[in-house]
Design a binder for this molecule. Sequence first.
Ligand code: ATP
Ligand code: MG
Length: 242
Amino acid sequence: MITLDDVTLTFPDGSSRVTAVDHVTLTGRAGVVTGITGPSGSGKSSILALAATLIRPDSGRVLIGGEDAAALSADAATSLRRERIGIVFQQSNLLASLTAREQLQVMGELGGSHRKAARAQVRERVDELLDAVGLSAHADKRPAQLSGGQRQRVALARALVRSPQVLLVDEPTSALDQESGAAVMELIARLTHERGTATLLVTHDLVHSPALDELVTVVDGRVTGVAATTGTIDGPVKSAVV
Ligand code: ATP
Ligand code: MG
């Protein structure tokens, strides 16, 4: 579970400051896809960056599994991020020289043991995830040899390789056509429900709302609405929120 508790974030803007996130409180629960939507510049990516512990709020708490990430040292925040959070950005940010399998393997081994048994365990997990995202047949291809949708699926599998509690996804379909975008969204929903991640997903395109369990609307840095969606993808029983 991840909670932003009364979080505010400002950025310098000439001699004053601009408020990107204004007293936002929201919760992502295990096994639930929480969509975050709103106009351009409303603070969606800033909310994800706060949840990712990539930036610190001016005030408020960012609770990840009950621990306040905003109060941790930079080193502690980095290890918390590595162990508990998976991130997928708009562009898949894959390394051009590595095959799909290697992207996952590198992430899985990061900071871990180089012992044979440990590496074999990571390899097993990598194969299982490549299968889960439907890319076993493309495991030895590099990003340039994959379609946009396949690249996003590699990025998604890579984000899950360390079994994070929290999955953060920013506009995963913006570079994709409608059909492969829908496939990526369905995959995110299925993996969230199966693996129990608390998933926060930024999207401005509500054509993808069937893949969301809840939808938080943000305008001018403030939460203006929280609703259960009519998602059609197998998942937890939908219930009204707030
Ligand atoms: P979009 O839909 O266009 O991606 P968004 O909802 O993700 O927009 P943010 O990127 O979170 O919006 O930006 C929120 C506000 O904070 C905007 O006014 C933006 O200009 C400002 N902002 C974001 N990042 C920075 C930064 N690094 N420095 C200064 N201002 C920033
Ligand atoms: Mg954004």
